[in-house]
Design a protein around this ligand. Sequence first.
Ligand SMILES: NC(=O)c1ccc[n+]([C@@H]2O[C@H](COP(=O)([O-])OP(=O)(O)OC[C@H]3O[C@@H](n4cnc5c(N)ncnc54)[C@H](OP(=O)(O)O)[C@@H]3O)[C@@H](O)[C@H]2O)c1
Length: 238
Amino acid sequence: MTELLKNFKIMMTGSTGGLGSVLVEELNKSGAFLFVDYRDHEKFERLKKGVKNPDLLQGFRADMTNEEEVIQYFKEFKEKYQRLDVFMHIMGGFWMGPEIAETPLEKWNFMINLNLNSAFLCTREAFKIMKVQCSGKIITVGSRAAEEFPSHKGAYAVSKAGVLALTQVLANEGKEYNMQVNAILPSTIDTPENRKSMPEADHSAWVSPKDISKLIIYLLRPESSALSQSFLKLYGKQ
Ligand SMILES: NC(=O)c1ccc[n+]([C@@H]2O[C@H](COP(=O)([O-])OP(=O)(O)OC[C@H]3O[C@@H](n4cnc5c(N)ncnc54)[C@H](OP(=O)(O)O)[C@@H]3O)[C@@H](O)[C@H]2O)c1
């Protein structure tokens, strides 16, 4: 693959996950420099061993729901690498259970904290850097559930809808700083975790992490700079 993102400086969360790990591989092959967070050092080491250009992948241990650790992660990047071309908030989590009437506050808070608060904390810090440099792209991850609000996934769907609302606000606020802010909305992704939990499902209808990664690489290229305030539905054949 030609190095479509050579010299790009990218920060992203969720690098050790089902989508994130494939995305790291593809971004690394495309020549981008990546600064990722991780919680488990062994997982990061495995990720680094699997990429073509390990020098282009640096990590920082942090919990992205913790305000101080998020601030530290961005401070570290800024001091070492200065310019931030792209921030991608890939991390997130899923919970489904009973209807809202039976949803414990603890589960509700868990989803809001993991999906929405982490997105707020991270994009806030990314925005500060991009505002000063007057350029940058932010990509967040919503979900099909954030458009369709199915039963039994209430806390998850609302937390992801919050991420989309945040994305829209950032896109509006980022206009005067020459920023593009977009979200992707995947339906079920073909990850090892999903295959394990839904062995009987039709996996061929799911969205491949590699296809999502290729689309993201396209979104990061200068040719896509007209695209902003967009929620891209990646539903595959579902
Ligand atoms: N999978 C799907 O079918 C699907 C569908 C629609 C939308 N999405 C969204 O797509 C994104 C990626 O999904 P995925 O399936 O790749 O997720 P995943 O495999 O569960 O990976 C989640 C990632 O988030 C990280 N993470 C979790 N809590 C964290 C925290 N407090 N601080 C820092 N990192 C944390 C995990 O790190 P550890 O490795 O340390 O746990 C991991 O890297 C998520 O936003 C998800 O909601 C997924």
